[in-house]
Ligand binder design. Structure first.
Ligand code: NAD
Ligand code: MN
Length: 500
């Protein structure tokens, strides 16, 4: 199915109006819309239906109607559809990536990788679901059967920073396990998700996947509150995560959360390859313009190497190319919105105000032809761990460098934030590496290579970074519940009623 009968606007052929996918159709009674805007140029891209409570109700009804058949569809068939979806993403990757780059301002190099990783997620869960079985146990004269059953209609809410990956992290395990889905993308990034919906609707039965764009306080709230939604999964800010958890508590449905981060990156004094580490540190903090939950935003550099390492870091940051989203030379592009741009620049002022030492960046870059956009130069402050810029999630390319000396103090400070999503460390000493990895309060620890996510290894937050893990076979447990069935071959007395 294609929803885009008359491509207009840009060469990529966007629809003028994007509608929700509900029950296999792109339609809605809602007339209200919001605009999808190119954050680099300010160009209007399309109008998107501002999904209402009624849209959510219809989507949930469609998902509920699709559940009985989908839940008993043989897992091999569900897997085959997920593999088909992955192949369709691969085949459409240039277009999907271009749409994301237009819609959220990330440069093409990154959005292509996003969709490739998303395709990998669908393939991974297609495979993982095949072996996600219950277990049996023989008992005298019978058997105890443990089944894993899909939960039902799953409500999923995702942010704007990596729409392809976020949609895949949510939908792949949910569908593989036999649930039906109502997904609400973020209002800043709906287009590629709805285009993905068009691909999905060619492959999956109607109602198995429903996608309703809309605002958090409208469509988002309606989804979390709907009595027929039996599980909630959310990625976004810790603040909204709490709101979603409360909504889950009200109805006593399970909630999984992937939230914010303020991840430490730790350089030990024994390191020798400064260039490779500088590159990792820059990537850690400035990929996706710093708009990443797993950004390595606090850098702990050991005293012994501080004065030689930090100048190299600054020199490295100087060479990061800030440019337009579609320019192949670009490494760091523009922030998702002017609100996000103002927020990042406000944090730069906060840093200066709390007398952090600004080494580089801290200002807007002008990219010709893209004057509308907030391009923020990768920024380095030297500060201490208690400063606000070291404690609060900025969601922009701003690094806080912190000096360390004593290992225990450094670990305490590395853990001294409310978050616990990820951590990186650099050393050639295995003892240091493992001792520190064990001590870090983080869901992922990457030794000698930041952001080294491996399909099948869990990704999820400790502390206020979330509840539950995605990206791994274990995730299927979050999308199923267990049922125990015991059977004996013949009725036998319970010895409750005396027979004498
Ligand atoms: P956000 O929490 O404001 O929005 C995320 C989603 O929640 C959006 O779809 C939004 O519409 C929806 N929403 C907002 N209010 C809601 C409500 N009351 N009820 C239901 N839904 C609601 O976050 P954001 O600003 O879009 O994204 C940035 C944040 O997300 C950062 O803090 C970042 O760390 C975090 N994030 C975390 C991960 C992760 O995997 N841990 C990934 C990406 C982003
Ligand atoms: Mn946009």
């Amino acid at each position: 199915m294609t929803i885009f009968k008359e491509p207009v606007g840009t060469e990529v052929g966007l629809a003028e109006r994007y509608q929700p996918l509900i029950g296999g159709r792109f339609a809605s009674a809602t007339t209200a819309t919001f605009a999808a805007t190119n954050p680099a140029t300010g160009e209007h891209l399309a109008d998107v239906t501002r999904g209402s409570k009624e849209d959510i109700a219809e989507a949930v009804a469609a998902a509920r109607a699709a559940f009985p058949a989908w839940s008993v569809t043989p897992v091999e068939e569900r897997s085959a559809m997920l593999v088909q979806l992955a192949a369709a993403i691969d085949a459409n990757i240039d277009r999907l990536a271009l749409i994301d780059s237009l819609d959220i301002g990330r440069h093409l190099g990154e959005t292509v990788i996003d969709h490739a990783r998303a395709a990998d997620q669908y393939r991974f869960f297609a495979a993982a679901a095949l072996t996600h079985t219950g277990w049996n146990r023989s008992v005298p004269n019978g058997v105890a059967i443990t089944k894993r059953e899909p939960i039902g209609v799953v409500g999923q809410i995702i942010p704007w920073n990596a729409p392809a990956i976020m949609a895949a992290f949510k939908m792949a395990p949910a569908l593989a396990a036999g649930n039906t889905v109502v997904l609400k993308p973020d209002e800043n990034a709906t287009l590629s998700t709805l285009e993905l919906g068009a691909i999905i609707s060619d492959i999956f039965p109607p109602g198995v996947v429903n996608i309703v764009p809309g605002l958090g306080e409208e469509a988002g709230v309606a989804l979390t509150a709907h009595p027929d939604v039996k599980k909630l999964a959310f990625t976004g800010s810790t603040e909204v995560g709490r709101v979603v958890a409360r909504a889950g508590a009200d109805r006593l449905v399970p909630v999984s959360l992937e939230l914010g981060g303020k991840s430490p990156n730790i350089v030990f004094p024994d390191v020798t390859d400064f260039d490779a580490i500088v590159d990792n540190v820059a990537f850690a903090v400035a990929h996706n313009n710093g708009q990443s939950c797993l950004a390595g935003t606090r850098l702990f550099v050991h005293d012994d190497i501080f004065d030689t390492f930090v100048p190299k870091l600054v020199a490295g940051f100087e060479r990061i190319v800030v440019g337009a989203p579609l320019d192949p030379a670009t490494v760091v592009s523009c922030l998702v919105s002017s609100e996000q741009g103002e927020r990042v620049l406000r944090y730069v002022e906060i840093g200066k105000g709390e007398s952090a030492e600004l080494l580089i960046g801290g200002e807007r870059a002008v990219v010709p032809g893209n004057e509308f956009g907030y391009f923020v130069k990768p920024t380095i402050f030297v500060t201490d761990n208690s400063s606000r810029i070291a404690q609060e999630e900025i969601f922009g390319p701003v690094l806080s460098v912190i000096r360390w000396n004593d290992h225990d103090t450094m670990v305490r400070e590395a853990n001294g934030v409310r978050y616990g999503l990820a951590a990186g460390l650099y050393t050639s000493n295995i003892g240091n590496a493992m001792k520190t990895a064990d001590a870090l309060e983080a869901g992922s620890v990457w030794i000698n290579k930041y952001f080294n996510m491996i399909d099948g290894s869990p990704f999820g937050g400790h502390k206020e970074s979330g509840i539950g893990s995605e990206y791994c076979a274990e995730t299927l447990n979050m999308y199923t519940h267990l049922k125990s069935i015991t059977l004996v071959n013949d009725p036998s007395p319970a010895f409750f009623i005396r027979t004498d």
